[in-house]
Ligand binder design. Structure first.
Ligand code: ADP
Ligand code: ZN
Ligand code: ZN
Length: 706
């Protein structure tokens, strides 16, 4: 198309450029011309400088009318290069979602819009796209396991009959579209409720979006949906897909062919023309919050999206986030309760072991180090072993030992580039920094004084595994953590071995606590969970409680074995209120105590936060930038009621030789905070230009970890 021929339409295009870049600064949109009018939601390719980039035709922002008689200088607009109109438009509700998310999380509109599309869609041309769309009609074995309507007649297979609690929850859910919290202990049959609600939406001809924290850890959920709805097309959207699979699944959803979309946080942005229900499983899980780029909360956006469309949303959890719980207490969300385990199974008995009063730390095990497990716990493990039951030991620290240490001079294996220790990994005899990735062979002698006697301090999963092997001879021990599951399919293989009964004792990090339906585990033990009680992050207790409840939920899932199931906690603070609530499986008491503390301290959900992070080679440069930014904020009229705290280094202040400093911005009112951020942040682009030492800065709205 050439601009010289006849009149051309002026269009606004969302392109991949950060909000606060000079370009299209206020809207993130750039204007182009097109020979023919193009509807908002059309995918195009446009010139940008010397490059050609993908863009989406966007709604024209309403600009103020020019003063009468004024002349506006129009820059020469460039024509659109190509139009990809083989595919249906990205709908107005989808664009509204992007508009909202970009504004709320303070990102460029185009940057976000393009980032949430499958990467291949940003590169292919219209011919390739047409070919892709034709291929959707065929089943393609290389591009993902999508169920296609087959021989099975309509009469989704006869499911189990609901328990009275499940039936009541489902009936109440159908009554309105107010967001619903499905609050049920582990094993209480939440998934069955998701399946029934899904079935109803599918029968009404609607699409269903199911968001899960980590799809790699929940193949079971995918399998249960596929099994229940064999005649339906299911798409999945998560990071483990190849680019071709991702495009195919995204297009299936966008064209309305997929009835069900299961995915991780990014799937909240899937284009779904017939969307009729959103389910968020484990709504409290931190992985719903994106931690880089546009730091969005997929759970919060799911609620926004459902409200915008007037469709129901179901948030499921045994330990709801305090934000969600507070909304239930305020009556803004409904609570649907499943208080019992299916089949009358009991929740495990919680046993708190006071590690201060143990006579001795047991017999020295391998490495001459004290055994980390209390003698009564060892007895309980041996009993499980004899009965052929499985046990699960949770230790949230991978590697062999968190630090190597020289007893002669006091040297410790610090990372030269980060404010962190390098972890000793015995299996490959390396010292590895878990933050910058620096890995080196373990030195033979102390690098400071030459002493040959350097030894591990503390304990990670590798060492626990080794020590267990020494005290439980003959036991089949498996370690599951980020190190043991690096290879493709490795996690699945290891989990299958557990399910097949080839493992007696499982040792691992929190990977093990999530969602797995281990049928033979009757004992779960948290080896050393106290750390989270004493950190500066105000959400640490909430996360610990959720983790331990979830871990407890791995024990006694088979109702027949649940009576003897146990959750052991090794602690030096057995009287701590968190553990007391855990022992009673009393989420509500825990939540109430936490909310009281948060209210008194003016913390979320009673206040709203944004965190501005700055990085520089010298901490002083980042601090100076943030101080000046804070002064700018306080000078803004719209910032009344918004407060900036002094800049501070985070717990991990240096990573890969870059110093981090962060500043909390707080307001009791969410709209006030939003208005202030919108007025304030664009100015930080110029401010950063004057602070040459600052490498980058970013804002995190509703930060999860501070
Ligand atoms: P949750 O998601 O709350 O942890 P699940 O949905 O996984 O619980 O249910 C736990 C177990 O109970 C599963 O094996 C499931 O198949 C079974 N189950 C769920 N609902 C029923 C029911 N109404 N009748 C019989 N079994 C059920
Ligand atoms: Zn030394
Ligand atoms: Zn490092």
């Amino acid at each position: 198309m050439s601009p010289e021929t006849g009149a051309s339409a002026r269009i606004s295009v969302a392109i991949e450029a950060p909000r606060h870049a000079a370009l299209g600064a206020s809207t993130g949109l750039l204007d182009y011309t097109s020979e023919r009018p193009l509807a908002p939601g059309t995918l195009v390719r446009v010139p940008l400088g010397r490059r050609e980039v993908a863009g989406i035709v966007w709604d024209r922002p309403r600009l103020p009318d020019p003063a009468p008689g004024a002349t506006i200088e129009e820059p020469a607009l460039k024509p659109v290069k190509a139009v990809l109109d083989a595919m249906p438009l990205l709908s107005a509700p989808w664009r509204a979602l992007i508009d909202f998310a970009a504004a709320y999380y303070q990102r460029g509109l185009g940057e976000l819009a393009l980032a949430v599309l499958p990467p291949q869609l940003r590169r292919i041309d219209d011919t390739q796209l047409s070919r892709r769309l034709r291929r959707l009609e065929k089943r393609d074995p290389f591009e993902g396991a999508v169920q296609v309507a087959g021989a099975s007649p309509g009469d989704d297979p006869a499911p189990v009959s609901l328990t009275p609690d499940q039936a009541a929850a489902l009936a109440a859910f159908a009554e309105s579209t107010t967001p619903a919290l499905l609050h049920g202990v582990t094993g209480s049959g939440k998934t069955e409720v998701y399946l029934r609600a899904t079935s109803q939406a599918l029968q009404a001809g609607r699409q269903v979006l199911v968001l899960v924290p980590e799809i790699n850890l929940t193949p079971q959920l995918e399998a249960r949906f596929a099994e229940r709805f064999p005649g339906r097309v299911m798409a999945s959207l998560h990071s483990a897909l190849t680019p071709a699979q991702r495009l195919r699944h995204w297009l299936l959803a966008h064209e309305g062919r997929a009835d069900l979309v299961l995915g991780t946080r990014l799937a909240v942005f899937a284009s779904l023309p017939r969307l009729g229900l959103i389910v968020v499983d484990e709504e409290h899980d931190a992985s719903f919050k994106q931690q880089e780029g546009a730091r969005y909360s997929a759970r919060d956006l799911a609620v926004w999206r459902a409200r915008q469309l007037g469709v129901p949303v179901m948030l499921g959890s045994a330990t709801p986030s305090l934000e969600t719980w507070q909304r239930v207490l305020q009556g803004r969300y409904r609570r649907l309760a499943l208080p019992q385990r299916i089949g009358g199974g009991e929740l495990p008995r919680v046993r708190l072991i006071d590690m201060r009063t143990l006579p001795s730390q047991g017999q020295p095990a391998a490495g001459g180090d004290a055994m980390p497990l209390a003698p009564p716990l060892l007895v309980a493990l041996r009993e499980r072993l004899q009965r052929g039951e499985q046990s699960l030991l949770l230790l949230n620290r991978r590697g062999y030992a968190p630090v190597l240490h020289c007893s002669a001079c006091g040297w410790k294996s610090g990372c030269p580039h980060c404010s962190a220790w390098r972890v000793f990994h015995k299996a490959d005899r390396t010292l590895r920094c878990h933050h910058c990735g620096l890995a080196e062979r373990v030195p033979r002698a102390c690098p400071e004084c030459g002493n040959l006697d350097i030894s591990p301090l503390g304990r990670g999963t590798e060492k626990l595994e080794e020590q267990l092997a020494a005290v439980l001879p003959g036991a089949r021990i498996a370690r599951i953590d980020a190190d043991s599951t690096r290879g493709v399919g490795e996690l699945e293989r290891q989990l299958a071995a557990v399910h097949d009964g080839e493992v007696d004792v499982l040792v691992g990090t929190q990977i093990l606590a999530k969602g797995h339906d281990f049928r033979r585990v009757t004992l779960v033990a948290a080896v050393n969970p106290d750390g989270a009680l004493f950190t500066s992050d105000f959400r640490a207790p909430e996360r610990l409680f959720a983790l331990l409840m979830q871990a407890a939920g791995r024990a006694g899932r088979d109702a027949a074995q649940s009576a003897g199931s146990e959750m052991w906690i090794q602690t030096t603070s057995p009287k701590h209120a968190l553990y007391a609530a855990l022992a009673r499986h009393d989420y509500e008491a825990f939540a109430q105590a936490q909310l009281d503390e948060r209210r008194a301290a003016g913390l979320p959900p009673f206040a709203h936060l944004a965190l501005v992070r700055a990085e520089a080679r010298e901490a002083a440069a980042a601090t100076a930038f943030l101080r000046e930014a804070a002064a700018d904020l306080q000078a803004l009229e719209v910032a009344a009621g918004v407060r900036a705290y002094p800049p501070v280094p985070p717990a991990l202040s240096r990573v890969a030789d870059v110093e981090r400093v962060q500043m909390l911005v707080e307001s009791a009112s969410r709209p006030a905070l939003q208005r202030a951020l919108a007025a304030w942040l664009p100015g930080l682009v110029a401010l950063r230009g004057r602070h040459k030492g600052v490498i980058r800065w970013a804002v995190d709205v509703d930060p999860l970890s501070i």
